[in-house]
Design a protein. Structure first.
Length: 367
């Protein structure tokens, strides 16, 4: 997509992706006001990791057994990598093929928060370890982390490569075949599914580990920061679910046929994530369990979350529905005592500073 064109465009009649080239960013005309509302909510959520003192966490970490130190630092490394990927991926891949100004604003704020999350992990690591370098260096060579990162990266890489091929021909649109356009749109769709898996499944498994320490009154500074991050990620999850539902239901967006064609591939993406997160749970707790969480319980929570996420976007779940095995986590997955998981409440109320916004999940059709 070109950054700017003098060609007039009616944004209300343009698809979200691969419409006419963009010109002036107009926010008075909105095809999907939901995205503008999300952007407003995200703006009101802004926070700073420096507000959290990590000194007690440094002393707490030294009192942990080697097995629990392994659980904590391995989980922290994985979280650091995931947000590093998200902080670079959104605007570099999905942002290049956007037409919708209101979604473009959403992704810009989303991107800001992913960078904020990465900065937060640096703040945590610096606060706990005298020399942070070994922690960061191991992220690049730890086979358990890098294996899972490849499953995340490949869909961004595929989209970027397809967009590059399309960009070469953009000045001669008559040379672009339907097959080439469908290939690019398929890469867009799979990248968006990948984001939903990352935001809604992989992150939540890692949150459970962080909050288990906080529940046991240790590493509370880390848990406090992760709670803020989880609040942000709940917004990103809502956005990804809403966007995928639009693409699978609205013929005018041009993705319904591709969604149906790729449904088995999409389901396999969730299956791969499920298996990788199970392997990760085994790796985390290979030495020792902790009060309230172990490999078996974490896998059960993974199953609970996976069922919910697939159901929310009209996919047949690959696992059976089970109750949340760690109900205490809901105390951490709230912002000012307000539930942030859209599929678990009918009405979500956000009060942030002077901003108060109501979002009725009927708009999301997530039941």
């Amino acid at each position: 997509m070109q950054l700017y064109t003098k060609e007039r465009s009616d944004y209300k009649n343009e698809p979200i992706f691969m419409g006419k080239n963009r010109n002036v960013q107009r926010y008075d005309i909105q095809k999907y006001p939901f995205f503008a509302e999300r952007a407003k909510i995200m703006r009101g959520l802004f926070w700073s990791p420096e507000e959290v003192n990590m000194s007690k966490d440094r002393s707490d970490y030294k009192t942990l057994s080697p097995g629990l130190q392994h659980v904590f630092v391995s989980n922290l490394k994985y979280q650091t990598l995931l947000d590093s990927l998200m902080g670079r991926s959104l605007m570099m891949t999905v942002g290049r093929v956007l037409t919708s100004p209101e979604l473009e604003e959403c992704l810009a704020w989303w991107d800001v928060f992913e960078v904020l999350h990465s900065k937060s992990y640096s703040h945590i690591i610096q606060g706990i370890f005298e020399d942070p370098s070994p922690v960061f260096d191991d992220i690049l060579i730890n086979e358990y982390i890098t294996k899972r990162s490849q499953s995340v990266i490949q869909y961004y890489d595929d989209l970027e490569e397809a967009t590059d091929r399309y960009a070469v021909k953009r000045h001669h649109p008559e040379t672009i075949t339907k097959e080439e356009l469908d290939e690019l749109k398929e890469k867009i769709l799979l990248a968006l599914v990948n984001i939903n898996i990352l935001e809604g499944i992989r992150f939540y498994v890692s949150f459970a580990c962080s909050f288990a320490f906080g529940e046991n009154k240790v590493m509370v500074g880390n848990a406090s920061i992760i709670k803020l991050i989880a609040t942000d990620e709940s917004q990103h999850l809502i956005l990804s679910q809403y966007l995928l539902k639009i693409l699978q239901e609205n013929e005018a967006e041009g993705f319904v046929e591709l969604w149906n064609k790729n449904q088995s591939k999409i389901i396999d993406m969730y299956r791969v994530a499920f298996e990788e997160e199970k392997e990760w749970a085994a790796y985390l707790f290979k030495q020792e369990s902790m009060l309230g969480l172990n490999e078996v319980i974490l896998v059960q929570y993974l199953q609970h979350v996976l069922y919910s996420r697939m159901s929310a976007i009209n996919l047949p779940p690959i696992v059976e529905e089970i109750e949340n095995p760690i109900p205490w986590i809901n105390n951490w997955l709230q912002y000012n005592h307000v539930e942030t998981l859209p599929q678990e409440t009918e009405n979500i109320s956000y009060t942030i500073g002077n901003l108060k916004s109501e979002c009725n999940t009927a708009d999301l059709d997530l039941d």
